[in-house]
Design a protein around this ligand. Structure first.
Ligand code: NDP
Ligand code: 2IT
Length: 447
């Protein structure tokens, strides 16, 4: 339920942003948590901090023309939403997926404000992307698209202004082409303008692994807080992209058994535990679909087309594909199957009914803003290394990531306790993330 003042702010958000349902959902979830903060801090309402946070500082929409291998011209739409720069330069990834429109970019940019704040590092919130579909495109088509995208984006970004990175459909290969084009247009080797770079040209150790590793560390902390661990637990991870693969890797290192993963075609179930080398070969090297994994793996591994991976019973669920992939029904199925913890690797993967089901069942529920913050936190460490022309070892970087995730976990719990909602990581993350941004906005005056 929304507090009266927040309800009228929310109605205004609906009115000003028609049709942007994912953005509405993301705003509502934060507003539902911060009611009690306004009671303690009337200065936030007096300065209209919430109304200001809900309105992006700047929104850029541009045309991206490019030519395919047959010489046909295509036109896509590019976006960059620079949401909030109170804590640092706008920071957040780029998503290339046919479902991208302004409402998706705004929901992601809005989430990013609070997530980045939670890391405790000096980064504001932003997000971008395009409705370009990379599936089935050749390497040269991907390169031409990235070059055309950056030919407009370059004038809006910079080490001190706005620092993109990857997200769905944008990984190391795309970041390379984007950075190459930025460098060419500007004649500047400005490493800190984008993160997720390759190790040979200014990238940071552990950035590739960071979101998945960080999410596994976060869930490990939630399990420890309940006197248990990953050891021997059955785990289901959705997706099989960057976040999913490195979530699986770390969970296996921590003793968990990942029995299923998926992509948009269906899921594979492999009771012996996913063979990670094979999964990486199929998904990262050959860029094929998960059914190929099941065929090559043989044994009891099987591919189930077109169904939800959440029908596979597990003790820990790690949604790591996309928004709204866990419905209320999926959540009920998971709870019935014995699920005790959920860590959101993806952004907003659980629908509001699903969150309710998990919380009412006493499941430890780690929301994306907290659980997947390891990716952007390690991006901030990449910026730090670029600024000092330094590069840290894998071990040191992973230790820093683990400390950051432990700290976020502890602050979520402490804040939830402070507001009388013990164990509620959603409230803890939203309130803690919100307070830091709100205080900076107050200190900076009417911005
Ligand atoms: P990738 O592109 O590497 O992988 C995405 C995976 O999710 C693929 O397996 C993909 O399947 C699946 N997927 C994507 N869209 C859909 C859809 N509409 N329906 C079903 N499955 C889908 O992306 P990432 O792993 O980087 O991102 C995954 C999630 O994690 C996203 O929500 C992203 O915002 C979030 N995230 C990413 C971070 C990062 O550092 N990369 C940091 C924090 C959060 P298919 O190939 O069939 O489309
Ligand atoms: O959702 C996210 O936090 C990301 N896609 C990573 C953003 C980043 O700037 O590293």
């Amino acid at each position: 339920m929304l507090h009266e003042k927040l309800s009228s702010i929310y109605d205004n958000v609906l009115h000003r942003n028609p049709g942007e349902t994912e953005f509405h959902q993301a705003v509502r979830e934060v507003l539902e948590s911060i009611g009690p903060v306004l009671g303690k801090h009337p200065e936030y309402a007096e300065s209209k901090i919430i109304e200001r946070i809900c309105e992006p500082e700047r929104q850029i929409i541009f045309r991206v023309p490019w030519e395919d291998d047959r010489g046909e011209v295509h036109i896509n739409r590019g976006f960059r939403v620079e949401f909030n720069s109170a804590l640092g330069p706008y920071k957040g990834g780029l998503r290339f997926h046919p479902s991208v429109y302004l409402g998706i970019v705004k929901f992601l940019g809005f989430e990013q404000i609070f997530k980045n704040s939670l890391t405790g590092l000096p980064i504001g919130g932003g997000k971008g992307g395009s409705d370009f579909d990379p599936k089935g495109r050749s390497q040269r088509e991907i390169m031409r698209f990235c070059q055309s995208f950056m030919t407009e984006l370059y004038r809006h970004i910079g080490e001190y202004t706005d620092v993109p990175a990857g997200d769905i459909g944008v990984g190391g290969r795309e970041v390379g082409y984007l950075f190459g084009q930025y460098k060419r247009i500007t004649n500047r080797y400005e490493s800190g303008v984008i993160t997720g770079k390759g190790l040979s040209y200014g990238g940071a150790q552990v950035r590739t692994e960071a979101t998945g590793y960080g999410c596994a560390f976060f869930v490990d902390e939630m399990l420890k807080a309940r006197g248990t661990s990953f050891d021997g637990k059955r785990v289901v991870v959705s997706g099989s992209g960057n976040v999913a693969v490195y979530t699986i890797e770390k969970i296996q290192q921590l003793g968990g058994v990942v029995v299923a993963c998926s992509d948009s075609s269906g899921y594979v179930v492999d009771d012996a535990g996913i063979d990670l080398d094979l999964l990486k070969q199929v998904k990262e090297v050959e860029r094929l679909r998960v059914d190929v994994y099941a065929k090559r793996r043989g044994g009891d591994a099987s591919f189930v087309p077109g169904r939800s991976v959440w029908e596979v019973p597990c003790e820990v669920a790690m949604p790591s594909a996309t928004q709204n992939e866990v419905t209320g029904r999926d959540a009920e199925m998971l709870v019935r199957g014995g699920c005790i913890a959920v860590g959101e690797g993806a952004n907003m993967p659980t629908m509001p009914e699903g969150i309710r089901v998990f919380q009412e069942a006493g499941v430890a529920f780690g929301p994306g803003k907290a659980a997947n913050a390891g990716g952007v936190a390690t991006s901030a460490l990449e910026m730090q290394q670029n600024a000092s022309r330094d590069s840290w070892s894998f071990e040191f970087s992973e230790r820093r990531l683990q400390e950051i995730m432990r700290d976020i976990h502890a602050r979520c719990l402490a804040t939830a306790d402070e507001y009388g909602m013990p164990g509620n990581y959603v409230a803890g993350a939203n309130i803690d993330g919100f307070r830091r941004v709100a205080d900076a906005m107050l200190a900076l005056g009417l911005i």
